[in-house]
Ligand binder design. Structure first.
Ligand SMILES: [Zn+2]
Length: 99
């Protein structure tokens, strides 16, 4: 008589979730992100100093909205028909200067 016994083996999960060694440590990533933010801020400050005005986003610098036939629909109210807007960095600079 054969005895068929069900054998149940319990495998414990031995794999642990570890980060690969190739990834840099968190302080290194934060240092690079901080450096990138500083470079971006310096570039944006230079852009605000060199060209404080940018094209109006609403009318795309035309100062007016145009019908498909090419006629003036209305003058842009967001830029007072100048087609220019002040960059927010320059606006912040002006605000801080007048404190
Ligand atoms: Zn406009």
């Amino acid at each position: 008589m054969t005895h068929l016994a069900a054998t149940a083996t319990i495998h414990h999960a031995t794999t642990t979730a570890t980060l690969p060694d190739a990834l840099p440590a968190l302080p290194v990533i934060l240092a690079w992100l901080t450096l990138a933010a500083l470079v971006w801020a310096l570039g944006y400050a230079a852009a605000c100093a060199a060209a404080p005005f940018a094209r109006c986003r609403r009318c795309d610098g035309h100062g007016k909205t145009i019908t498909p036939k090419g006629r003036v629909r209305r003058w842009c109210r967001h830029c007072d028909a100048t087609g220019l807007r002040l960059r927010w960095g320059r606006r912040l600079f002006n605000y801080l200067r007048h404190l």
